[in-house]
Design a protein around this ligand. Structure first.
Ligand code: GAP
Length: 447
């Protein structure tokens, strides 16, 4: 199978030009590997998060929470992050570059990019030292060690420490899950590839609490459900696969783990977008020990107590946003036109703008009618209005941000109250009554 092309540079440029994603604090020269979502990017990412929430939480056996980013410091001792959330780091005394000692083959020597760090004669790499990826900060006015807290490196721990609060307040019975969407922070040594690996990112995580012994069965169920979710986003099946963790790859808490990987194209290729882990009773047992509080479940019908096992699904909202953009980006020729077009073929439910309304000319009541249509649609969907430039240029502007429908008000419209609806992918045009337009578009979007 032909490799998927590398579209990353083109996407970075499109995302900035059209207001999807900007580098954080750009006017100050930017903050390393931190990104801001612009008006279109925030809509796309919200649509992805909403789709996740609908599929994970709108079921009887999963409830949502929104836990704080700052947690008691003991949380991170119990979870193993203080002692073990480390990457081996080497410095180059010559170029002052910093690299992950276990990923040198993926890095380039800044002075001789054809070689990896350590292979150029001038390189002077230090011995590896362990570098903890958690960001530290201080709680309260005194910068003393007693007040050191961490920015959470995963949202999962906010769920574990609330296990009993949620179970008792909702009267959920095992098996059940707790889900949340929230920011996480990691001081990555080698961030990069746009929003693929960043220092501040959003996770969508769900911990499913099950009776020990039933964990592998649930693990298989969640694996299948999560792959179906990615396919439901419109990601191409041939760009998705599972990667099973080997014994060496397994995280300290995991009994079994599979990553959902997506093919980002070019040299990046297949990379993790989601992890599905069987975490056994590791986390709840650790928190019991460190807090001194019992975190057991009482199974009343069977009159037994146990610490549940946990099947976790953990997906990055930013990585999935990048995957949908990479998957959707295409350049194509247009019949009868010299210039081709760039299209973001996003699934319509993900598109930041669902419809754009254009008056063909700025006279004869066309702008007024187009504005009325925009107002009418606004309550039901994100809708844009554009009266600048040729119709062809306006179509191109919408194509490259993924708008599925463009509506044109022309001289006929003001006479018979009809408009043309042009579909982004097929380019087919249909004449639709203005009063039926909302229902027509909602039907197409739902389909
Ligand atoms: N609670 C388990 C956990 O955090 P993980 O594999 O370290 O597992 C889960 O992270 C997901 O979070 C990854 O599949 C990825 O989508 C996202 N993620 C992790 N680190 C990231 C980073 N530095 N930048 C962007 N997304 C990241």
């Amino acid at each position: 199978m032909a490799a998927h092309p590398d579209v990353m540079d083109k996407l970075v440029s499109l995302c900035k030009r059209r207001g999807f994603i900007f580098q954080s604090s750009e006017i100050y020269g930017g903050t390393g590997s931190v990104w801001d979502y612009g008006p279109l990017g925030v809509e796309l990412k919200r649509n992805i998060k909403e789709h996740w929430w609908q599929s994970m939480v709108r079921r009887d056996d999963v409830v949502g929470i929104d836990a704080a980013i700052l947690m008691h410091p003991r949380t991170w001792e119990a979870s193993g992050h203080v002692g073990g959330f480390v990457d081996p780091l080497v410095d180059c005394k010559t170029c002052k570059g910093r690299f992950r000692a276990d990923k040198l083959e993926d890095a380039r020597c800044p002075q001789k990019p054809s070689k990896q760090p350590g292979q150029h004669d001038a390189c002077q790499l230090t011995e590896p030292r362990q570098f903890n990826l958690m960001f530290k900060t201080f709680m309260g006015p005194l910068e003393e060690s007693a007040a050191t807290v961490y920015l959470r490196p995963e949202t999962a721990q906010g769920i574990f420490v609330n296990f009993l609060n949620v179970q008792q307040s909702t009267r959920q019975k095992v098996p059940f899950g707790i889900a949340q969407i929230g920011k996480a922070f990691r001081n990555e040594i080698t961030p990069g590839n746009f929003i693929f690996r960043t220092r501040e990112f959003e996770q969508m995580e769900m911990q499913f609490f099950v009776e020990p012994g039933t964990d592998m069965e649930w693990f298989e169920q969640w694996k299948a459900a999560r792959m179906a979710w990615h396919l439901g986003l419109g990601l191409s099946p041939e760009r998705l696969h599972f990667h099973q963790h080997t014994a060496q790859e397994l995280a300290h808490y995991a009994r079994a783990a599979f990553d959902v990987q997506f093919d980002f194209g070019g040299t990046l290729g297949f990379q993790e977008i989601e992890g599905i882990h069987n975490r056994s009773d590791f986390d709840l047992t650790q928190h019991q020990q460190f807090s001194g509080k019992k975190l057991e479940y009482f199974d009343q019908p069977n009159n037994k107590r146990y610490v549940p096992y946990v099947v976790e699904t953990s997906v990055g909202a930013d990585r999935v946003t990048l995957a949908t953009l990479v998957n959707a980006y295409r350049e194509e020729a247009v019949e009868g036109e010299d210039e081709g077009r760039v299209v973001l073929g996003l699934a319509p439910f993900l598109a930041p703008i669902k419809a754009a309304v254009f008056p063909l000319t700025k006279k004869d009541g066309q702008p007024e009618m187009a504005r009325r249509i925009q107002d009418d649609l606004r309550g039901a969907m994100a809708v844009d209005y554009d009266e600048t430039g040729s119709i062809g240029k306006r179509y191109r502007r919408q194509d490259e941000v993924g708008t599925p429908f463009c509506i044109t008000v022309d001289p006929q419209s003001t006479g018979d109250d009809t408009v043309t609806v042009r579909e982004r992918d097929s380019l087919a045009q249909e004449r639709v009554g203005a009063s039926q337009l909302k229902g027509y578009l909602l039907g197409k979007l739902a389909g």
